[in-house]
Structure formats: C-alpha cells, structure tokens
Write a protein that binds this ligand. Sequence first.
Ligand code: FAD
Length: 455
Amino acid sequence: ADAETTFDVVVLGGGSGGYACAFRAAELGLSVALVEKNKLGGTCLHVGCIPTKALLHAAEVADTAREGAQFGVKTTFESVDMSGVNAYKDGVIARLYKGLQGLAKAHKIELVEGAGRLVDRSTVEVDGRRVTGRNVVLATGSYAKSLPGLEIGGRIMTSEQALALDFVPPRVVVLGGGVIGVEFASVFRSFGSEVTIVEALPRLVAAEDEAVSKTLERSFRKRKIAFRTGVKFAGATQSGDTVTVSLEDGGTIEADLLLVAVGRGPVTEGLGYAEAGVTLDRGFVTTDERLRTGVEGVYAVGDIVPGLQLAHRGFAQGIFVAEEIAGLAPAVIDEMGIPRVTYCDPEIASVGLTEKQATEKYGEVETYEYNLGGNGKSQILQTQGFVKLVREKDGPVVGVHMIGARMGEQIGEAQLIYNWEALPSDVAGLIHAHPTQNEALGEAHLALAGKPLHA
Ligand code: FAD
C-alpha cells in the first residue's frame, strides 16, 4: 500500500491484543495495517507466557528426574544445562513465531515495521511515514517496572533478562510474590537454586483467595523456597557478581541474581496519546466498557487498559474491538469471567470472586473446599491441594479456586461454571471421568449440592 491508502484499521502494537484485533478485523473483510517496532507476537510469545511455560516444563522434567524413586523408577538427576533448556525454549518460540507470521500474511495484513506514534485520531507516524486509518487501535503493551532507586543491570534483572540466562544462579532473590515472581521462584528452585521471595504484602499471590496463598506457602516451604512476606525491600548493591539485598526490617540477603518482579507498567509515554486527546490515568489508557478512548475512532486493548494483564484478555479485547468496528455490536467483556492461571508448582487456577470479594458483594456466601486427597488421579500424581467453590447463598457458583499440580488444566470447566452461572446441582448432574483431576471439580459440586461421594 502507498502513502495514500487509508486503512479501515491501523493497529499500533503487534502483541496479543494488537494481533488478535488485526486478525479478526481482516477476517471481517476490513483492511488492516499493523505497526510493530520489535517482533509480531509481543511480550507473551517472546518474553512472557511462552518462554516462562517452557522453563516451567523443563523444571517439571528436572523434578521428575529427581523424584523417580518415589514412583519406583531408578533415575539419577545430574544437572540442568541452560544451553539445552534455552535451545528447547527458543525452538518453541521460533515455531510459534513462524506460524504467527504466516497467519498475518494469510490475512493480508500490512505489517509496518518501526516505532509508531499517534499523531491524531486517524494517523500513526512510523519513521516519517504516515499510516492512516478510519480507526486506530492502541495496543502498545507493558514493560517490567522496577522500584525507585533500583536500577536494572548486571545481576539485577527483570523477567526479560532472566529468561535469557545461560547459567543457573546458585542463590536467587525474587522481589515480588505475585504471578511472575512465584513462577520464576518455582523454576529456579527446580533448577537447583536457593530461592528467597521478598513480598511487601502479607502473603504470596495476594490477589488470590487466602486459602490458595496458604496452600502455596505450605508447598513452597516443603520445596524449600524461602519467602519473606510483609517486609519491604530497602535497597540493593552489587559487587562483582554478588547482589546484597537489604530489607526494611534490617535484614540482608546475598544473591547471585536479584529478579525484580514488582509488576508491569503501561507503554504509553511519549507516543502522542495524551496530545491526541486520549485520557491517561497513571499511564494506563482510560476507556469505556466498549474499549473506546473518548477520541472518536480510537480504541485501546491489552495491558495498557487497566485490569488483568493477561494474554487471553488481550486476545478477547482485540477481537471485541475488531467486531465493534465492523458493526457487529459484540457483548461487553466481563472482567470477572476471565480465567487466571499461575503456572508455578503447584499450579493455581481461579475464576470469579474470592471468598472475601463474594462476601463483600453478596453478604452471605457458602463455600466448600474439596481436598485433592480424595481425588484418585491427584494421589497417583502425588500432589496436594484443593478445589474451593464460593457460591452466592442458595445461588450460583461465583468463584472457583484451585491449587495442585497441573490444576491449571481444569480452568476450562471452571470458567464455564462461572460464566454460565451454574448452580452446584447443575454441575453435580454432569458426569466427570474417573480417574481425572477434573473429577475434583465434580466432587466439589456434588458435596455442595448435598450429595458428596469421596468427601
Ligand atoms: P504486548 O504483548 O506487550 O505487545 C505490545 C507490542 O507493542 C510489543 O510487541 C511492542 O514491541 C509493541 N510496541 C510498543 N510500542 C510500540 C510503538 N511505539 N510502535 C510499534 N510497536 C510498539 N499472560 C497470560 O495470559 N499467561 C501467561 O502465562 C503469562 N505469562 C507471562 C509471563 C511473563 C514473564 C510476562 C512478562 C507476562 C506474562 N503474561 C502472561 C502477560 C502477557 O504477556 C500480556 O498480558 C500480553 O502480552 C499483553 O498483550 P498486549 O498486546 O497488551 O502487549
């Protein structure tokens, strides 16, 4: 396309939110330009979801090799060779990246390489070239934040540098006990590091139901992952390859790597957003529930929109905006219905309200916690944990919280239960295959419907 072309949609940023929007818009017959300064696929594919999950899988393989004797299989664990791990991880990314590039081509999307800047409601400027569209979708994503005075460099890293390590650091301090922090803590521990998590809030994964945090903390203790909760970071100094981390309670911890996992900020600065009339709040783009920015024809999707920073939320928002532009009037996305999985060992999966949130919303709630001890498959896998249901008194299930090895795979049914506002008796009426971990969800509903089987 030449400089004269006006596209139906110009998408700024080719991550989960941006490319989903571009693909869906193209499917709907709209002409699309996608501006990307780095690599199609964004954070999730290159430095987020996919590489971390590859590392977590390698970690599981290492644990399996170590724990063979528990199952009567004689194995010896030697070591983790990061060049092999990285080759495996990079191979996964490369294949998915190739697939994504093929899809962009098949959708006849005009890929514009370079850093874009919003000039006005219908123009994005990329290296002096003006790309114009009837609609513009902002999808510039997020970056790993640090703390004031804590400079990233050397052995002080964010997830991005930590994903490219070519050695296993003997001692790791993870700053932040949220999703990214606990996933890396889990990986490093399985790779053989001594790990300490420092978290200012009183518990790990503080966004989850309290019962989940408690079980995760117990499992981490068992795995000898140390954590210091309710304590603030005071500073860090580097000397050679050693980082000394100081805490506000006067304690210090020495490490070979300080991983900073204190959250992600929106990439919205210096991109012309505010000047074009887009409202920013602490850097995030303010939108209405239809993801409109208030500037006509300009939308925002993904991590720059306040809320859950998850790839599948970005996909859903991207698809939503494409359909909105095409005039299909899609249904508004319910943020609470978005499934959440934390892929550490043990895995955490949840959807809907925590017990506390449900109590605040409904006053009276009923909960039931089904212990995986009663679940055959979990016993076979030698894992512990639970499925916790939260229901509105005499009403539908409004929250599902699960923890245990591989429990992330159970989120599919849990999200249907939540999103379809199922009653415990509805789910109790479905037959769950035996022996699966999925049965635990069925058993929890049987119990809540007043007819427990293995509970
Ligand atoms: P991004 O994926 O960040 O994409 C934004 C894109 O815009 C980038 O490609 C960037 O290069 C481009 N861009 C920025 N500025 C410009 C510009 N001026 N011009 C042109 N291009 C620009 N989510 C999950 O759901 N599951 C997980 O397991 C998971 N694990 C994660 C693990 C880690 C370590 C991290 C960091 C994140 C993880 N996430 C996970 C979150 C997920 O990666 C993000 O929610 C998702 O990538 C957000 O998509 P996005 O499109 O908003 O932004």
